[in-house]
Design a protein around this ligand. Structure first.
Ligand code: MIG
Length: 993
């Protein structure tokens, strides 16, 4: 940087403490940078009432923590320093560990197919952090900007946001607990819409049930097999040529009658609507949208056309109220086909054949003034999905004021819970993703969105029986519970993985249905008060630092769910860490090693219903069960919310909220109604009280709901006996349960399943996951110091692979490796693995991957094609072969990534995504190294190689990916002349600005 530039920067820079104003309620503050006028900030899109952010309130409190700011290069950097021992959460829909310290994410809604634990931008944006202080109090911090925002939690006890100037920062608290922070947050951003009760049942989806016949067959099978289910989903293939608001004439000739059939059997139907509208004259949606000038524009004012499923598409500009009404009226008409819910996909928005995977940032949205007015796409990108969901929600509401809309959206922004539920996108069918799904659901809940869940069983790839069963077991306890799978995977229904898995799924879902009155009550509270539904375990005792990183368990209200996410390790081998206090295990006589354990917190009462097949089957006069766990003072309490399960009568008093209490006094436990609310009369029904004693033991009694019930507490000795008998019984149940066989374990010989289990190399700097599968894939390259996963893929596609041919996915694609040697050292020792594959014609592909002891920052790969038994007839030479190294790196910031190198002839090169595919040979070949640079992260991945071995280099930019390929020359090999390429990778820091 030249001197004069340096000066200009310094003069321009401003920094200091942010100034505050109390807003909303006691303990909530808005902070701004003093030199930038408060009024220069854009309107809030996160707040339910954006005026609340602009309106100061009277308060005598002053903030405890004041953020500092710095303005540099039109970026506003905000820092908050907190006491050491603070733990971070939130940041919305994020993969990886639950406790966020050490992590950095970027809010930029991205179609993140097959994401990994290190992916820094997924489908939704929540510029929001909850800091749990050492004393258990919590502070919430919102960077209220729609623009790309870096949330940097890499430094212990420090939050840093970086986003374009100017934006306000809102702090909530410190309040006494993280729950109190979430309640206060809901006053700002609104709470979750009240879900119809059926949407809390199990839902079955796949891409796609592609005919009405198949849909009905799936529905029938659920009923025949006695597996509860409420909803069947229609993915994109129901449409006529992917045109939204149409139905395929052959496969879905009469949607109305299909839905009637489904309804008759107690199922609801949900249909997909994408934002990409086929650019085709004569198609009614295109024509009417063009007439109302509804499309997002390019910088030159013409409609932007981008490719998605239907081919060339235009995109509704949901930032305009006029366009939202237009869309809502289409939705309204669509709903008359008996549509119960709508699924909004691809609304990041995702665009094919673009390296950024989305539309150009220079596109123009002519947004409403109250949203920020006319702006380019970078301003509205992160809220596009939320505004689409909002418009869809409004359309459903228009069609029937007396039904609650149900919308599921893939993209979202903090605040989108007002309109839609969400799921965690295109995950992978593996154990790591099963594990991550717990934290992801929890983080969304900590970021204002309580209604979420993963694709159960995993979207991409085929599940194994045990993985599927376990996933169902955990997910049956998640707020949103839906099985889904990608096109071309094997069947992923609960009965697709053998009878043991089917039984586990049946048990898991029956549990869920027994708990539905409880889950529904939690949602009523979430909707009316803003309390969370699924919470991390530490919520039970935020002061206890030992709970803050627990990822295998979570709370569903006062229920603690404890799951194993390790293959082969069932519940029987799990050591549960429970919060302090009383936690009493219970089950429905359904304990199984592949299902999670359930505990009820002392002091709670929860309502249970009978195990129905679907929500519509239940009615108010069903027997009610109360599960009671007394606290150390012999007391317990809890709620049951009941209403029509749909519609809005509940807002006019049409409901019954019952507060039950239990109390132990002189050896008698009395259970009674302490308070009720709402106009509904108490139904005449029997009530069963089950008093938990621990280890599954219980005492019970029957009576009528509304009356006082009593249970005699036996002597301590007797209680002890009951508990130990029950414990023994539980152990026998677990031992005798029919476990789900694990294919990965049982197939002892080499083969598909065995070789698909990754081998991990880990030296504290790099974690590499290698599968000796096609191409000898490295499926994950995680660099610990930067926290970045440079490459991640499925076992069967992409990642780092090597072929013995120049054609991509050629015959070479069948090159399967065996592990022939493996040294997994302890920290500081060399870690290595040798792989070998037979490529026919007497040739072998050999590869050694190792992390040298003296240089742990790099890892090396030596590969060669060697002659093993080359026939004498050919003079000891093989056919022509080429060794092709083919790594596919994931780009976290496709617009800010490029490849940099100096050629042999000394020329310097920067290769950006626009260049598509480029070969370099001869003097233009990189001189022994090239670097993949991510400007946004300030990091580069260096790839060094021996120029004598490399004949050609290829850069190929894909959709959010880049291949940096090394090709050997193309020649025959003999015993004396193998083909070889040795290369290594290292991560370096690149100065950021
Ligand atoms: O480009 O509609 O995440 O759930 O099945 C893929 C097909 C489009 C992505 C969604 C997935 C859905 C799929 N969609």
């Amino acid at each position: 940087m030249a001197d004069h530039e340096q000066k200009a920067v310094t003069a321009d820079a401003s920094s200091g403490d942010m100034i505050f104003q109390p807003i909303l309620e006691d303990g909530v503050f808005r902070f701004d940078c003093p030199p930038s006028d408060r009024d220069a900030t854009y309107p809030s899109l996160s707040f339910i009432n954006s005026k609340d952010r602009e309106t100061p309130i009277m308060s005598h409190k002053a903030p405890l923590y004041t953020p500092t700011f710095e303005c540099l290069f039109e970026k506003q950097i905000v820092k908050i320093e907190l006491p050491s021992g603070t733990s971070f959460y939130g940041t919305g829909e994020v993969s990886g560990q639950l406790e966020r310290t050490g992590k950095r994410v970027f809010t930029w809604n991205t179609d993140a197919w097959g994401y990994g634990p290190g992916t820094t931008s997924l489908y939704q944006s929540h510029p929001w952090v909850i800091a749990v202080l050492p004393n258990g109090e919590a502070l919430g911090v919102l960077a209220d900007t729609t623009q790309r925002c870096e949330i940097d939690l890499r430094k212990e006890s420090r939050i840093q946001f970086v986003a374009p100037s100017s934006y306000p920062v809102i702090t909530f608290g410190p309040f006494p607990s993280p729950t109190a922070v979430l309640i206060a947050l809901s006053h700002a951003i609104g709470s979750v819409f009240m879900p119809p009760k059926w949407s809390l049942g199990y839902q079955q989806c796949r891409w796609s049930y592609d005919s009405d016949k198949r849909v009905l067959e799936i529905a029938r099978t659920f009923r025949e097999k006695g597996i509860p289910c409420d909803v069947i989903w229609m993915d994109i293939d129901y449409m006529d040529g992917f045109r939204c608001f149409t139905f395929d004439k052959d496969r879905f000739p009469n949607p109305k009658s299909l839905v009637d059939d489904l309804h008759q059997n107690g199922f609801k139907a949900i249909w997909m609507l994408d934002p990409g509208i086929k650019h085709e004259e004569g198609y009614f949606v295109y024509d009417s949208g063009s007439k109302s000038d509804a499309w997002i524009q390019k910088a030159d004012g013409s409609p932007f056309v981008g490719e998605v499923w239907p081919g060339p598409c235009v995109f509704p500009d949901f930032t305009q109220s006029k366009v939202r009404s237009w869309w809502a009226s289409l939705v309204k008409d669509f709903t008359s086909n008996g549509v119960d819910g709508i699924w909004n996909d691809m609304n990041e928005p995702a665009v094919f054949k673009a390296v950024t995977k989305t539309m150009p940032q220079s596109n123009i949205h002519r947004g409403d003034d109250e949203l920020g007015g006319c702006q380019n796409h970078s301003y509205y990108h992160n809220v596009y999905g939320m505004l689409m969901a909002r418009s869809t929600y409004e359309g459903m509401k228009l069609s029937n004021e007396n039904k609650r809309p149900f919308v599921l959206t893939r993209a979202g922004f903090i605040g989108s819970q007002r309109y839609a539920a969400t799921w965690t996108g295109d995950n992978l069918s593996n154990w790591e993703h099963l594990h991550m799904s717990i934290s992801m659901v929890l983080q969304l809940g900590l970021s204002g969105q309580p209604l979420s869940g993963p694709d159960i069983g995993g979207f991409a790839g085929n599940a194994t029986p045990q993985l599927f069963g376990r996933w169902m077991g955990v997910s049956a306890m998640f707020p949103f519970c839906r099985g889904h799978s990608e096109i071309n995977t094997i069947d992923h229904e609960p009965w697709s993985f053998g009878e043991e898995c089917e039984e586990v799924c049946r048990l898991a879902l029956k549990r869920r249905y027994r708990l539905l009155p409880h889950i529904y009550t939690l949602f009523f509270k979430a909707h009316t008060i803003g309390t969370p539904v699924a919470m991390p375990t530490f919520f039970a005792d935020p002061k206890d630092p030992n709970l803050r990183k627990l990822e295998n368990s979570f709370l569903l209200g006062p229920i603690l769910v404890y799951a194993s996410t390790m293959p082969g390790q069932g519940l029987d081998k799990l050591d549960c860490t429970l919060p302090k206090g009383i936690w009493l295990r219970f089950d429905f006589d359904d304990s199984h090693p592949d299902l999670p354990a359930l505990y009820l917190q002392g002091g709670s009462v929860i309502p249970l219903g009978p195990p129905h097949q679907h929500v519509g089957e239940s009615n108010p006069s069903d027997d009610l069960t109360l599960l009671v766990a007394l606290d150390e003072h012999g007391k317990a309490e809890g709620f049951l919310f009941e209403d029509d399960g749909d519609g809005y009568e509940f807002t006019k008093g049409g409901y019954l909220l019952t507060h039950y209490v239990a109390e132990l006094q002189s050896s008698v436990v009395t259970v009674r109604v302490s308070k009720t609310e709402g106009l509904w009369k108490r139904p005449k029904r029997r009530m069963h009280v089950q008093l938990l004693l621990g280890e599954g033991a219980m005492l019970d009694t029957w009576g009528m709901d509304g009356e006082v019930l009593q249970i005699m507490m036996p002597s301590e000795q007797e209680v002890y006996k009951l508990v130990s008998t029950s414990e023994k019984y539980y152990k026998t149940c677990l031992e005798n349960a029919k476990r789900i066989p694990d294919i990965e374990e049982v197939s002892g010989q080499k083969g598909v399943d065995l070789s698909r289990t990754p081998i991990e190399l880990n030296n504290g700097y790099w974690i590499l996951k290698v599968v000796p599968w096609i191409g000898g894939r490295i499926i994950s390259m995680m660099h610990l110091p930067s926290g970045m996963q440079w490459l991640h893929s499925r076992v069967d596609i992409n990642g780092y692979e090597e072929y013995s041919g120049t054609e991509y996915r050629s015959a070479g694609c069948s090159e399967e490796y065996n592990v022939i040697e493996r040294k997994l050292g302890h920290a500081g020792e060399e870690e290595s693995i040798m792989l070998e594959g037979d490529i026919g014609g007497g040739l072998g592909l050999q590869r050694k991957i190792y992390i040298p002891k003296n240089d742990p920052k790099v890892f090396r790969i030596d590969s060669s094609i060697v002659a093993r038994k080359v026939g004498a007839g050919s003079g000891g030479f093989s056919r022509l072969v080429c060794l092709r190294v083919h790594p596919t790196f994931g780009l976290l910031h496709p617009t800010e990534s490029f490849v940099s190198f100096t050629s042999i002839d000394g020329s310097k090169n920067e290769v950006w995504p626009e260049s598509g595919e480029q070969f370099y040979e001869g003097n233009l070949l990189p001189n022994g190294e090239w670097i993949l640079i991510d400007k946004c992260l300030g990091l580069g991945l260096v790839n060094r190689f021996n120029v004598k071995e490399v004949f050609k280099c290829l850069i190929h930019w894909g959709t959010g990916t880049v291949n940096l390929e090394l090709w050997s020359e193309d020649r025959p090999v003999s015993n004396q002349s193998p083909l070889r390429i040795s290369h290594e990778y290292e991560v370096i820091e690149i100065p950021k600005l």
